[in-house]
Write a protein that binds this ligand. Structure first.
Ligand code: ADP
Ligand code: MG
Length: 304
């Protein structure tokens, strides 16, 4: 295998996931460098588009591994897109990341492809609160901010009154949110499927602590290994493909009629999944790049 120069786009080299990716690149004799996308600047020209970092032009990269934080999606994706315009292969493409960061847009695309989803409503007008609540089958229901992560901005409203107050509060803050049927039978658990290419390479069950319905590990959820069903496996792979992501963390609720996709993450964390399963997920990501990175092979090149 020829050595690849790999740009890991991350704001923090100390993060577990970033460290593991760098380690996995080195273990396979590649040449990784961590680049903070916020410290890059670029020149957008038709002749020779470039990216500069610490006064130097970044060139000769074979691939990028984007690990762009949710709070810096806009600029991070602009930098990633610039790499793509230069013909550098990206493990996840900028358009796919932008798409997946908007929960509503994601669900619309997934629904079009017939993937199981919790019933979800969205409205702009304050006059439609009642209709929204009825649309998802009445309380209990879940209200979530469109751009939240790690469980922040996800609220369970057990009564119609509670739902009305939360919706009113979010509206007052001019926040975009959606209203979703509460999947009670999931019992505070969800399944994280880590997809690379067309395979689920690792999966774990996350269980919320007592008294909490959100299973996010950042909210005190606990992870354990789980055997997923063939239907869950194919749902996760299809969801990642619909979003256009080569690497994705697909979160699934076990509904009484089958798997329901809650969200598709474009920078799934490695710490929880590697610790729960003992698998070298970072190594598998690098392996995928080895198989797929060829100069100019970024599909978005020139399309954005
Ligand atoms: P975030 O992006 O903040 O992680 P999620 O949509 O993944 O937001 O929701 C956080 C957690 O809340 C999920 O992992 C799940 O445990 C729980 N949850 C979210 N939506 C529902 C739902 N419709 N029914 C039951 N539980 C839900
Ligand atoms: Mg989540």
């Amino acid at each position: 295998m020829t050595q690849l120069r790999i740009a890991v786009l991350s704001q923090n080299p100390e993060l577990y996931s970033t460290r593991r990716i760098v380690e996995a690149c080195r273990a396979r004799n590649h040449d990784p460098i961590v680049i903070d996308p916020l410290r890059c600047y670029m020149n957008i020209t038709s002749h020779q588009p470039r990216i500069y970092y610490r006064e130097k032009a970044l060139d000769d990269f074979d691939a990028t591994i984007p690990r762009i934080g949710a709070s810096v999606t806009f600029y991070g994706c602009a930098v990633l897109r610039q790499f793509e315009m230069m013909g550098v292969y990206s493990l996840n493409e900028s358009v796919a990341i932008t798409r997946s960061r908007d929960k509503l847009r994601s669900l619309q695309l997934l629904s079009k492809k017939g993937i199981g989803l919790p019933i979800t409503g969205f409205a702009n007008s304050t006059k439609m609160t009642d209709n929204l609540i009825d649309l998802v089958g009445g309380p209990p229901l879940v209200i979530k901010l469109l751009e939240g992560t790690q469980g922040v901005g996800v609220v369970l409203a057990e009564t119609r009154k509670a739902a009305e107050s939360v919706i009113e509060a979010f509206r007052g803050l001019k926040a975009n949110f959606m209203v979703q049927e509460f999947i009670k039978e999931a019992a505070g658990a969800d399944i994280r499927c880590f997809v690379i290419g067309d395979k689920v390479v690792a999966s774990m069950k996350r269980q919320a602590p007592d008294g909490e319905f959100r299973s996010n590990l950042h909210r005190g959820g606990s992870a354990s290994v789980i055997k997923i069903t063939p239907e869950e496996r194919s749902t996760a792979v299809r969801a990642a493909r619909v979003m256009g992501l080569n690497v994705a963390g697909v979160d699934i609720l076990r509904g009484s009629h089958g798997p329901l996709v809650m969200e598709v993450n474009s920078s799934p964390g490695l710490e929880g999944i590697e610790n729960a399963t003992g698998k070298d997920v970072a190594g598998l990501m690098v392996h995928f790049i080895e198989k797929n990175a060829k100069p100019g092979k970024t599909r978005t090149r020139g399309r954005g």
